[in-house]
Design a protein around this ligand. Structure first.
Ligand code: ZN
Length: 227
């Protein structure tokens, strides 16, 4: 616990004074541009890997970066998404999986989940990925199998995301874009889901347009969107 206390002292001494203006401005409200849904894994630090400032990202983390489909039951992540879309009016939602994910390993080896009934229940929301991979990519070995499952889980959670009425409505008018990414911890790399081709590709860092999972808008938006 001393590590936390010492860290907070360093923050107050070294970081806060340099950014006092930002923190004072944020004290009265937030306007994040992106909701970032990722795994609770301690190695995934969104603010660090995107060099984000306080107030930039509305981050929600859970085991397996899961979004339960609408109407199964109320969950914290679904409530957070509704708030992000309706109140904060985020322009993007990213669902981001990661390499070496313990939740995905548990999905592959259910026996590892014995003694953790809540985790086992929670991971049923990722069953779609397990089935897709089992029926279409069972020939893959170890690392490739886990990578494929991790990507398919992101695709499955994007589909769940679109079942939420507030998301469906905002996507339909173009005010909200949705994205599926997988972060590689050891390589500092990100692969993004291209809804047009159904494939994951390296994130473009050369100014070319970012592939998205967002379907075409069908209604005119009343909200300006950012690129
Ligand atoms: Zn994980």
């Amino acid at each position: 616990m001393n590590r936390l206390i010492n860290g907070f002292e360093s923050f107050r001494r070294d970081i806060y004074p340099e950014q006092r203006e930002l923190f004072e401005r944020l004290a009265s409200g937030q306007s994040p541009h992106t909701m970032f849904i990722t795994c609770a894994d301690s190695r995934v630090m969104p603010e660090m890997i995107f060099c984000a400032q306080p107030g930039d990202l509305f981050v929600y983390r859970n085991v397996g970066n899961i979004v339960p489909p609408y109407a199964q039951h109320v969950s914290g992540v679904v409530a957070a998404i509704e708030y992000a879309v309706k109140v904060l009016k985020v322009q993007h939602i990213v669902i981001c999986g990661h390499s070496d994910c313990g939740a995905m390993k548990g999905l592959l080896n259910p026996s590892e989940l014995s003694g953790m009934p809540s985790v086992a229940d929670w991971l049923k929301h990722a069953d779609v990925a397990r089935h897709v991979v089992a029926e279409n990519a069972s020939h893959l070995h170890a690392d490739e199998h886990l990578r494929c499952l991790t990507e398919e889980n992101v695709v499955g959670q994007l589909e769940h995301l679109r079942t939420l009425p507030v998301v469906a409505a905002a996507v339909a008018n173009g005010s909200l874009s949705i994205h599926g990414w997988v972060y590689d911890i050891g390589e500092a790399a990100i692969r993004v889901f291209d809804g047009g081709t159904g494939r994951f590709v390296d994130i473009p860092c050369d100014g070319t347009p970012l592939p998205q999972a967002t379907p075409m808008a069908r209604f005119a938006s009343t909200v300006a969107t950012a690129a």
